[in-house]
Design a protein around this ligand. Sequence first.
Ligand SMILES: [Zn+2]
Length: 451
Amino acid sequence: MKIKSNFLFAVLLAGVLLSAFKTPIPQKAAPVLYKNFTLIDGNGGTPVVGTDMLVENGRITKLGKNLKAAGATVIDLQGKTIIPALTSAHVHIGTLKGNVTNAENYTKENIIRQLKKYADYGVLNVLSMGTDRPVLFENNFYDEAKKGIPGGARMLSAGYGFGVHNGAPPFGPGMDMIYRPSTVEEVEDHVAELSELKVAAIKIWVDDFGTKIPKMEPAIYKKIISEAHKYDIKVVSHAYYLSDARRLVADGVDVIGHSIRDSLMDDNLLKQMKLKNVVYIPTLTLDKYSYAYAGSPEWIDDDFFKKSLEPGVLDMLTSAKYKTDQKNSPSYKRNNHAFETALKNLKRVYDAGILVALGTDSGANPVRTQGFSEHLELELMVQAGLTPLQALTVATKNASKVLKLDKDLGTLQAGKSADFIVLGADPSLDIKNTRKIEGVYRGGERIDAGK
Ligand SMILES: [Zn+2]
C-alpha cells in the first residue's frame, strides 16, 4: 500500500512537472549565462577578469569562473566589463523641460521621460531631493515610481523640502510646495504630512547663497531633525559653509547633501561625522558647471553629453553671451574657489572613513543635465583623489545605502537583483570608460532599448 501511494505520488508529480515544462517560460525568467567579462562588483576589490554570471528570474544566482548552466542562453562578453547600475542620491525630477524649470512641467509624463533618460545612462536609482509635487503622490504613482516604471530608473522622493521665507531655496517657479516654517511649532505637522507620503528622506536648505538673505534658524532645523527621527526618516541638508556643517552635525543631521565649499573641513568635524555615521554627497558637477562654461569644457562636443541635454540647452551653453556672463559673473571667483575646496574636502572626508555617496543635483536646472552629470561626477571624484574603484563604490554600493536599497541592489553578488551595466572598456583603468555603455539591465531585463 505504501509503495503504491508513493508510486501514485511520483506519477502525479511527473505530470505536474511535465505540464510546467509545456507552459511557455516567460522571457524574464529564462536563465542567461553571461561569460568571460571583467567583473567590478561594487565592493571596491580588484576587477576579476574572465568572470561568468548566471541570471535567473531577474536575479544573479551564480558568479564565478567556468560556470555551466543547462538550458541557459549563453552570451559571450569577452573584452567587456560589467559594473553595478549607478545610483544618484541627489537629483531633481520633473520640473525641468527644455530651457526652463517650473511647476507646469511637473507631469507624470515628464517624470517618466526623465526616469527613462537616467536609465539610458545606467542610473537605475535616484533620490529626488525636496522639489516634488502632489502629482507624484496621487493615484499610487509614487508606489510605481519606487518600484521602477518600465524602462526607467526607480525614483525615491524627499517630498516637499524645508526652506525659509524670503530665503533659500529662492521662491522661484516650481518652488511653491516647499515648507517655510517661521516657528518651531509649525514643523510637527509638516513632518507628519511627509511621513504619511512615505518619503525616503527629508530635505532642508541651510544657505544664504553668499548674500544677505535669511538662513534657516538652527532651532527650526533642530526641530525638523528630531521630528523626522521620530518617524525614522533621515534628514539631508543642503549646505555650503563649514560653520553650518558643524552645527548641523551637532544637531543630528544624517546627510550633508552638497560639498562644504567655503573652507577646509577640520579633523574635529570629520571625527564627529564618522562617529555619528553622517553621509556626505559631494555634488561636484554643480560647482564645476557654475564656472566651466566661461571656457570651453572638455565634454562640450561629446555626444554622450549632448544627448543628455534638453532641447535648446546646447545653444544656450555655447552662446557667446553665456560664456561672457559666466566669465564676468560676480560669483565667478567664488564658484571656482568653491569647486577647488570641494575637491579637497571630498578627499579629506573619504580618507576619514566617512560614507560618501554619489549625487549630482542633476535636473535642478537646465545646466545640471540628467544622466551625463552622474558620469562626470565619477570623473571629478577621481580628480579629487579617489581611485576609479573607490569612485565606483561611491556610485553603487554607497549611494544605494542612502536609498536603503542596498539589501537588494548596489553590488553584484549571488542573490541580488541583476541590475548592471555592460561597458565596452574597463573603468578601473580610466573612469571615463563608464560612458562606453553597451547595455543597461534592470532585474535581468535589458531596458535601454530606446537609446
Ligand atoms: Zn538639490
